[in-house]
Design a protein around this ligand. Sequence first.
Ligand code: SAM
Ligand code: SF4
Length: 461
Amino acid sequence: MHLDLPILDQAAPSVAAQPVAENGKKVYVETYGCQMNVNDSEIVLGVLNAEGYIPADGPDDADVILLNTCAIRDNAERKIHERLSHLKHTKKSNSDLVVGVLGCMAERLRTKLLDTQLVDLVVGPDEYRRVPELVAEAMGGDRGIAVKLSRVETYDDIVPLRTEGISAWISIMRGCDKFCTFCVVPFTRGRERSRPLTSVVDEAKQLWDQGFKEITLLGQNVNSYRDDVAGYDFADLLASTARAVPNMRIRYTTSHPQDMSDKLIDTMAEWDNICKYIHLPVQSGSNRILELMNRTYTVEHYLGRIRRIKQAMPTCAMSTDIIAGFCTETEDDHQRTLDVMREVRYEGAYMFAYSPRENTKAWKMGDDVPDDVKNRRLNEIIALQNSISREINLAEAQSGIIHPVLVEGPSKRNDAEWKGRTDTNKTVIFTHDGTRGYIVGDTVQVKIDRANSATLFGELV
Ligand code: SAM
Ligand code: SF4
């Protein structure tokens, strides 16, 4: 059944798993960090909803507040500590309030979080099935912890409780086996494991039937996906999904340069409904640093993959992740990163200062690039990326390119303007005179006439 999407209205909420029986308790999940966490929060809400809990409108309205946390960088963890000290005050005025910490920080800090006397439950990424039991215990006055990592858990039988209208996340795998030396993910999310192909394709079909128009296949490393029982790889999964939901936009993130196969590139090129956008983190433009990071590819291999992608899909947009100031990084290494950026000309990038994480290999290498140097290099990387993004977007405006845009709803600033996204993952703001009969979730043609580094602006064609 398709959702009856209202004309000129906000995105409609998705059809959710219905609770067995409401228990009257309201739960609010605050999500920090990556898209995997966004989908994990939907999974946790799905698990709780099946036990009768209902989503609260906000933290003030909730009996249970769960923080789904990120441990990737120190500042991500600092944010959670600040939020927890704020919740201490809330709990003083409402002693029945249950507070839980979920996700990567739960896995990393474990019982240390219970020592704060504020947190009632601590649950790691592979133990979300136990959240209802631990919440119930907390309501009875007990504190609980569940942080075992699993080699098999993929939650593929759980119906996530989605709140977005037209775009949905689907986790196709969990964990990571790459062990980049700077990264906590293999420790906080455990070993890599994939869902069966059929379960992912079935979920995509159900989402289409519920009215969703776009899905993003998620994993720390989607292109090392393997359905070992049936013998399928990620390219097979993409092709099967594209075939099963031919009118749905299909995206994926994140991919690793080492696993960016010709087969995957050709599969993307073959299917019109697979978006021509790839997030391919490079991290550094120096082979010496890439080796220290254990990224398992060279700059030459990476650039070869980019050339292959552009050969097969000349309009494919690229984005990346870059770390500034990794251990021992010299000025020359930094210049090489800027060189790669100039050569690839990414449409966008996530750029970070290196943050040492306990227990990783790089932790022992020392953090020897001074903060002022790290920040200066990061600022140079950001400035270069902004200027490249602006140039690419202005060129699109000058040529008056027409993009198919998936309509998401009114823009935040102006009701007469609407926003949507291109297949290449760019936000487009376009004027809307109220007379055209399109709805949220439709794809419209927009001619681009203005742009800045982050957004394209245009008129409906
Ligand atoms: N699996 C993805 C990959 O390998 O490209 C990335 C996952 S990670 C959640 C997202 C990004 O965070 C990484 O690509 C990296 O740029 C950044 N990151 C991870 N650990 C970091 C650290 N210790 N300091 C700074 N940035 C870090
Ligand atoms: Fe972390 Fe590397 Fe795995 Fe990405 S591939 S999650 S950066 S260990």
